[in-house]
Ligand binder design. Structure first.
Ligand SMILES: [Zn+2]
Length: 165
């Protein structure tokens, strides 16, 4: 199955040798790559330092114009103020991806029995003119399956790049 590269940054800092040894030992003890160990240690510390950055946004409303989960008072996309709580069978916008990933993502949802709808963003005529690679596909899932679909989607798009050691 094809996987999209994770959106990451390389870091290169000259750190204390003993501290580095402790990090290596920690990673080994936990059966983690150095990358995973560093990410978890940093995340744990930073979550404690600035918990507001990890707070989830309010998505308790549903905009039926945009098929989007939105804050309870207003849709930030179309300005709709008649936002209502989502119903189980409301199809909610989940994500958008380049068409080359759409097939594989569809497979992930099918394998996990997630109902979904897709919507191509470019019209068929335009896609034929500029090529299918630029076409983007929107994915919509029922609210009842939104949380699990989000998890699957995030797993799909955050594949680990192996350490270069
Ligand atoms: Zn809207």
């Amino acid at each position: 199955m094809p996987r999209k590269k994770k959106d990451g940054r390389h870091i290169n800092y000259y750190i204390d040798r003993k501290l580095h040894q402790r990090l290596e030992r920690y990673a080994e003890d936990n059966g983690q790559s150095m990358t995973t160990a560093l990410e978890r240690i940093l995340k744990e510390h930073l979550d404690r330092y600035a918990p507001e950055e990890t707070a989830k946004p309010d998505l308790s409303g549903f905009c039926s114009n945009c098929n989007l989960l939105v804050p309870s008072d207003r849709c930030p996309l179309c300005g709709n103020r008649h936002v209502r709580p989502p119903k189980e069978d409301d199809y909610c916008y989940l994500t958008e991806t380049e068409s080359i990933w759409a097939g594989a993502l569809s497979d992930v949802f099918s394998e996990n029995q997630i109902p979904f709808l897709t919507k191509n963003r470019l019209g068929i005529g335009l896609a034929a003119k500029i090529g299918p690679s630029l076409e983007r596909v929107g994915f919509y899932v029922p609210f009842s399956h939104y949380a699990i679909a989000k998890e699957l989607e995030e797993g799909f798009f955050s594949a680990d790049i192996p350490d270069q050691e």
